[in-house]
Design a protein around this ligand. Sequence first.
Ligand SMILES: [Zn+2]
Length: 277
Amino acid sequence: MLNVTVIPHGSLVIGRDGLIEAVGPTEIIQSKYHAVTFDQEIDASGMCVLPGLVDAHTHPVWAGDRVHEFAMKLAGASYMDIHKAGGGIHFTVEHTRKASEEELFDSLKWRLLCMLRAGTTLAECKSGYGLNLETESKMLRVIERARRELSISISTTYCGAHSVPRGKTMGETVNDIIQVQLPKLKEMIVNGEFHIDNIDVFCERGVFDLDSTRAILQAGKEMNLQINFHGDELHPMHAAEIFALSLCKVNVIPVQRNLHDYEDILLSKGEVFGKQR
Ligand SMILES: [Zn+2]
């Protein structure tokens, strides 16, 4: 964004394929296209034409806000302190499990329309506040409904490995995802219940380690899902480096620290960065 080119009094031409055919100063565009009749002309005088934002990392389906955790953070609690105290993801999971599909859809719709109004034209939307088949599939159905009904474009991500749910070990969770959730989701995709584009894992110390992350991502890859993951967000685990090299088609890696360590390797593979959880 440091090198934004602004074209004052500019025009652009969109082809019937929806792609930009020409862009530049109005007098040049007009002289080039003076003999062409357009299907539609839009007068954007006094306005600014901007590219739509592709938001590569969002968790927009949830119930139970965590505003109260700001006080804990302001008092010095870390992300993991809050997580261990039963806050963070566990709080959202509890409320999202209880929420109805209608309730989740209504709040998702409101959030996505806010994003659309602010310039987002495509949002990657993750599940991940269910951590079991029942609620993860509920969230995916809600995202699917938004994908079909709203004018914002959506890339859907299954993020069942967003955290280890209460009462389960990491190993039990990995088995549940690989042996139970993914095969059932595959059936649901085949039955047309929803579409899933990507799979995501929260690779972090105390959550999913490197081997578990690799196993889940590999299982997703075998279902033709594209690979995303949260890597090196809280602790440096060299996750981005390892998976970008070994699993190749990595699409979205939120790296909040050590960004510069990985920038070259990731940019060489054309990835997009996000930074939320
Ligand atoms: Zn995230």
